[in-house]
Write a protein that binds this ligand. Structure first.
Ligand SMILES: [Zn+2]
Length: 315
């Protein structure tokens, strides 16, 4: 018993309070197994949330706390849905209503505006807005990183105009189509005054998170919410790297962590995890020589694979 209590306490140290943001796509639509969550699985997820003391809040609550530099209460969960598929309206929404769980739904504007059959109509979106937040997922669902600056601005401008006309308000949040972005894309989108932008990298969210680069844990098929809730934020003060290295080579990782941590794991995109990296008196300081081949690379420090802090370096 003592040992269990000790292990339980251990799992809470070095951690700062955090929320987990999830993303679903389709509900009860087994024609598309790579994006679908069955209603049975959705109910299992919601039962887990209910029975384990988690609280589902709309994204705006978490964003407001980050903006005010206030601690996010532990056990907060945000549920987002990408692509406004009709199956959310016909199958998923009633389960959200039954549990009283809010959601934040990101709309692929062109699909609704041009009445693509598989997507919610504006009337359905207005009805859904009584129970959750409706936000933006681009106009034409492009891969933003392969567009010119003008094309990114044009797509976003069009999305804003139609959204405002149809929903009677400006969008505040944006989810990248395909989770694809780079530094420039992020800057172009920020110029529209968006308060938060969400990616698709798995991780948790704390008051120190960058609101314009929020992590989300995808849920599809049999992947369940209890697995995603294992993610937590390790308290790390990053010294280096803080941005994508000018010559594209990661030469050093330096950070401050809790003095009781003696070794740590280090992850760099395309290089996997380095185990047992020495920590001296709360300082991680590692010389490396790793060329970063992707325009978006992640450097992560963790005491476990789930208790981590990440720097996303974008070119
Ligand atoms: Zn999408």
């Amino acid at each position: 018993m003592k040992k269990i209590l000790f292990l339980w306490l251990l799992s809470y140290i070095y951690t700062i309070a955090d929320a987990t943001i999830f993303v679903y796509h389709r509900f009860g639509d087994d024609r598309h197994p790579t994006t679908n969550t069955s209603i049975e699985q959705l109910r299992k997820d919601f039962e887990y949330i209910k029975n384990n003391g988690y609280k589902v809040v709309p994204l705006s609550k978490v964003v407001e706390l980050i903006q005010n530099n206030q601690e996010i209460p532990d056990k907060w969960v945000v549920i987002t849905i990408d692509d406004n598929y009709k199956s959310f309206y016909t199958n998923g929404l009633k389960v959200f209503k039954e549990y009283g769980y809010p959601f934040t739904l990101f709309v692929y504007i062109k699909a609704t505006e041009e009445k693509y059959g598989d997507f919610m109509t504006w009337d359905m979106l207005k009805e859904a807005s009584k129970y959750g937040e409706i936000e933006l997922h681009s106009y034409a669902h492009p891969k933003l990183t392969s567009l010119t600056k003008e094309a990114v601005l044009e797509d976003t401008q069009k999305a804003f105009e139609i959204f405002e006309k149809r929903m009677g308000k400006k969008p505040r949040f944006y989810a990248y189509p395909y989770g694809s972005y780079n530094k420039k894309v992020q800057e172009y989108l920020k110029s529209f005054g968006l308060e938060a932008i969400l990616n698709q990298t798995a991780g948790a969210t704390s008051k120190d998170s960058n609101p314009h680069d929020l992590f989300r844990v995808p849920l599809v098929g049999k992947s369940n919410i209890s697995g995603g809730l294992r993610y937590s934020v390790l308290d790390v003060e990053w010294i280096e790297p803080l941005e994508f290295p000018k010559d594209g080579v990661l030469r050093r990782v330096k950070a401050k962590v809790d003095k009781d941590i003696k070794t740590i794991k280090l992850f760099v995109t395309d290089n996997g995890w380095m185990e047992n990296v020495k920590v001296n008196d709360g300082i991680v300081d590692v010389d490396l020589n790793i060329p970063l081949n992707t325009t978006r690379s992640r450097v992560t420090l963790g005491t476990t694979y789930y208790k981590t802090s990440s720097q996303i370096l974008i070119k």
